[in-house]
Design a protein around this ligand. Sequence first.
Ligand SMILES: *[C@@H]1O[C@H](CO)[C@@H](O)[C@H](O)[C@H]1NC(C)=O
Ligand SMILES: *[C@@H]1O[C@H](CO)[C@@H](O)[C@H](O)[C@H]1NC(C)=O
Ligand SMILES: *[C@@H]1O[C@H](CO)[C@@H](O)[C@H](O)[C@H]1NC(C)=O
Ligand SMILES: *[C@@H]1O[C@H](CO)[C@@H](O)[C@H](O)[C@H]1NC(C)=O
Ligand SMILES: *[C@@H]1O[C@H](CO)[C@@H](O)[C@H](O)[C@H]1NC(C)=O
Length: 558
Amino acid sequence: MVRSIIPLISVLAVATVGHSAPSAPGWQFNLKQELSGIVALESIVVSPTLVLWFDRATDDPLQVNGHSAWGALWNLETNTVRALDVLTNSFCASGALLSNGSMVSVGGDPSGFPGNPAIRPGTQAIRIFEPCASPTGEGCTVFEDPVTLHLLEKRWYPSSLRIFDGSLMIVGGMHEETPFYNTDPELSFEFFPPKESTTRPSEFLNRSLPANLFPRVFALPDGKVFMVANNQSIIYDIEANTERILPDIPNNVRVTNPIDGSAILLPLSPPDFIPEVLVCGGTQTDTIDPLLLTSQTPATSQCSRIRLDEEGIAKGWQVEHMLEPRMMPELVHLPNGQVLIANGARSGFAAVASVSDPVGNSNADHAVLVPSIYTPNVPLGQRISNTGLPSSGIARVYHSSITLTPQGNFLIAGSNPNNNVTVGPGIKFPSEFRVQTLDPPFMVVERPKILDMPKKLAFNKSFTVPISVPLSLARPGARVQISLMDLGFSSHAFHSSARLVFMNGRISQDGKSPPFTTPPNGRVYPPGPATVFLTIDDVTSEGAWVMMGSGNSPPTLE
Ligand SMILES: *[C@@H]1O[C@H](CO)[C@@H](O)[C@H](O)[C@H]1NC(C)=O
Ligand SMILES: *[C@@H]1O[C@H](CO)[C@@H](O)[C@H](O)[C@H]1NC(C)=O
Ligand SMILES: *[C@@H]1O[C@H](CO)[C@@H](O)[C@H](O)[C@H]1NC(C)=O
Ligand SMILES: *[C@@H]1O[C@H](CO)[C@@H](O)[C@H](O)[C@H]1NC(C)=O
Ligand SMILES: *[C@@H]1O[C@H](CO)[C@@H](O)[C@H](O)[C@H]1NC(C)=O
């Protein structure tokens, strides 16, 4: 079929005769030939072609400068891996992209590993990966200077989030390595770059002990931050340094490490950008004593959703159910506004070899292999489906990751509920080095294309860009969506900073390419890198990598 490079509206106008759709292709898992080389425990897209992975610093097979690597770049074009030499132990760190495009990873583990003398303690680490112009990552490195550049406090298992001024907010964590829950908490927030010389104590982190590692945190469109930890939630006002207590997650369900549920900010739509958060999985338990818990303790299928305006808060959490219980699911945006629910297990817990009956070293069992799709804008009870979704065939449990790519499919790797590289026959949950993509049906049909995109987009402005639309999609009344997305940082079943802001105004009738309006300000989309996708009737283009805002270093309001 011929691609038309004429403007959308004209295409829609001329395509009055129906064109038969190509025979319906399905979702597919595709196994890559190359292995990941390190366990892809944390995952973040850092350029149109590169995904940065971090692992625990141990004995991964991929080598760099004479030792096992624990950082690597996965090339989305060639499906190959390149080792990165990281200084500090990035085990259970978090991170995000800043307003100037640099990736910052924070926190980590205090320990070294026998036979790998290169490892430095990571609990106060700040690791910077500057924007990388090379499509292959050549010459791009992680910068660290632990003596002069470090967090104020030690943080293993912290969360982090890009906020309205493009800087990073760092939440919670613990000081030392503990086997299961938070026994040595750091009950505070801090920022990078720092906003003050001391940390900010948090009563919320204190109240939500002890299952409050990797809090699920979200930048709201008014600049405040919504947080979920254990079974509690608050809105934190960064500027006033105050918290407002919101309702608990219903039915005694707990959702943060080591009881990992996942959570996601549902797509924000103009003109009001009313935020809603969905929290899925975890489990119901009153005890945190690992010896009273088992790998067979059922997870919960509960999802809870709350709309974060006054009316929604008064109404509280609305409960619905996944098709199966899941511990450690991950929730990831699709460019059309749906949410993929992937990975995880039907029973047990996060963490390694601490419950009474681990499976090998895994605290969890009964991996869920078939993803589901959540459709936010249909009635309760009809939102979750796995029709047409295949089985991955590979358990992705603790220490696995998944991310949407700029190509529009999902990169899935990792899983390692073990303390070091553990592979071999008879091991049910090994260190997993196989890499897959999960390809939506649109990957194999003719797709719309964004033919050009400015490198930077200013806030609150209208843009028109040239696009092409295959004839198969050119029909009057087609649903057109333009999404501005942060692809997030995947760690411990949570995609911090992940965001989708729709930019469609109405499609204009002037015969030009579709105009879209950028978010009004950095509260709606924190300034920083973004991927823009065009979706027509659920067929999504490849993403265009842009800088939303000025590209200034944080803090910046433009
Ligand atoms: C945490 O809360 C307890 C009361 O539940 C209190 O005794 C303690 O001082 C609090 N700790 C911090 C650091 O706020
Ligand atoms: C949240 O957890 C606390 C402490 O275990 C419990 O007392 C409370 O009832 C739970 N809330 C809900 C709504 O289940
Ligand atoms: C690897 O982990 C296992 C426990 O899971 C432990 O017995 C072994 O000593 C570890 N190896 C090293 C080199 O630390
Ligand atoms: C966005 O621009 C419009 C004019 O195009 C203006 O009326 C509005 O105040 C601006 N909003 C913000 C948040 O700057
Ligand atoms: C971005 O800002 C951070 C924090 O100030 C800084 O460390 C980093 O070098 C900056 N990157 C660029 C590309 O300016």
